[in-house]
Design a binder for this molecule. Structure first.
Ligand code: AMP
Length: 392
């Protein structure tokens, strides 16, 4: 078991916390969605309430190792200050003498936000000297950025060499839910996979076949599976290079007694456009038509299986939900599982975005804050940013 914030005393200590403030910005540098900042408030408030001196660090965007003013963290400091109703001192760098001086002057309850970590090339290289410089600012390290836990960077892994390192409340919840569903789930366990690319999801399927009972497939990836079952898929997305792998997955599932369900009807169009003419087809998709969402019969079938499940993990939208005519399947599935008693875990990235768009996040047991990190967890990989935390 990894140590969490509750296992250490932060009183009077300089607490260095890695947060995920990689928020979307518009052209004028305004934050368009502050949910990542809001998500970090529980750990932040706890540290402040318990007398810690809080030093926050994050990356923002892809500045590629150099200073780029469009990626500075000033808007984050302003928003955080407004949310907490207290001063947040934003520094111009994340290492160096000026930073050290400001940090050593801190009093209990003060908050400093360091500048974008990725203005330094050394961050992503997990450079030991850079990590040591960052670590020297704190006395305790708190990891609260699940979205970067699958990367061994200086601010996620490097600093843990030098400081007692614990999970913040966000990461603690991610670990609890992902450990539960990957190691000790309640059955029946239903995994829903969708999204665009088959290749991205194969390692998840291979790992989870041992533990799940049902696999429901939707999204563009379903068409490579359907073609392997000799269904007509028209002009839908098909990954020919994955055909053999998909055959092997069916074979593995059969041996492990896992039932794989595929769409039996589809919302199709001739072009991928909001205004495209659409129709619903059963089974085989005619030539020149593209499958862009699961149809109503598939929705009903999937609901009947989901209703029996005690654990549901969902990664990847079941249709091209960003466009209204192809969003119904994802909407129906999200609404339905939000009403169930089961443990419901929603992978980060697009799936979480779709569920949030429907305002259903609070009705799920757990909404992951990391797209890539949640996939790697389901693949059975050890996440370096979590592995590096201190054991209880
Ligand atoms: P992924 O990153 O692989 O999970 O893919 C997510 C993307 O897949 C989202 O942008 C969805 O809109 C898209 N998607 C889902 N179903 C389809 C489909 N049938 N055709 C094309 N794109 C789809």
């Amino acid at each position: 078991m990894k140590k969490t914030l509750k296992d250490v005393s932060v009183e009077g200590k300089r607490v260095l916390m890695r947060a995920d403030f990689n928020v979307p910005l518009d052209k004028k540098h305004n934050i368009t969605d502050d949910s990542r900042i809001v998500a970090a408030l529980t750990s932040i408030q706890y540290i402040l309430d318990n007398g810690g001196k809080l030093i926050l660090m994050s990356h923002l965007g892809r500045p590629k190792g150099e200073f780029k003013s469009e990626f500075n963290l000033n808007p984050v400091a302003e928003r955080l200050s407004a949310l907490l109703n207290r001063d947040v001192k934003k520094l111009d760098d994340c290492i160096g003498e000026d930073v050290e001086e400001a940090v050593y002057k801190m009093k209990e309850g003060d908050i400093i936000l360091l500048e974008n970590l990725r203005f330094h090339r050394e961050e992503k290289k997990n450079d030991a000297i850079f990590a040591k410089q960052l670590a020297s600012l704190g006395e305790i390290f708190v990891e609260d950025a699940f979205g970067t836990c699958h990367r061994a960077h200086a601010s996620t892994v490097g600093v843990t060499e030098y400081l007692p390192s614990v999970a913040g409340f966000l990461v603690q919840k991610e670990i609890e839910y992902f450990e539960k569903v990957t190691k000790n789930p309640d059955n029946p366990f239903c995994l829903i996979l969708g999204g665009a690319k088959v290749a991205d999801k194969i390692p998840v399927i291979e790992n989870m076949l041992d533990i799940i009972d049902y696999l429901l497939i939707g999204g563009a990836m379903a068409y490579t599976f359907l073609k392997s079952r000799c269904k007509g898929i028209g002009a839908s997305r098909y990954e020919s290079e994955m055909a053999d792998t998909v055959d092997k997955i069916f074979e593995m599932a059969r041996k492990k007694d896992v039932s794989i369900f595929l769409p039996c009807d589809h919302v199709v169009a001739k072009e991928i456009k909001e205004t495209a003419e659409t129709k619903i087809v059963d089974e085989n998709i005619p030539d020149n038509w593209i499958g862009l969402d699961i149809g109503p019969k598939t929705v009903d079938n999937y609901k009947a299986i989901l209703k029996e499940a005690k654990t549901i993990v969902w990664n990847g939208p079941v249709g091209l939900f960003e466009m209204k005519p192809f969003s119904n399947g994802t909407k129906e599935i999200a609404e339905f599982i939000s009403t169930l008693d089961a443990v419901t875990v929603i992978g980060g990235g697009d799936t979480a975005a779709a569920v949030n768009q429907l305002d259903l996040g609070s009705k799920m047991s757990h909404m992951s804050t990391g797209g890539g990190a949640s996939l790697e967890y389901l693949e059975g990989k050890e996440l370096p940013g979590i592995a590096a935390l201190s054991e209880k």
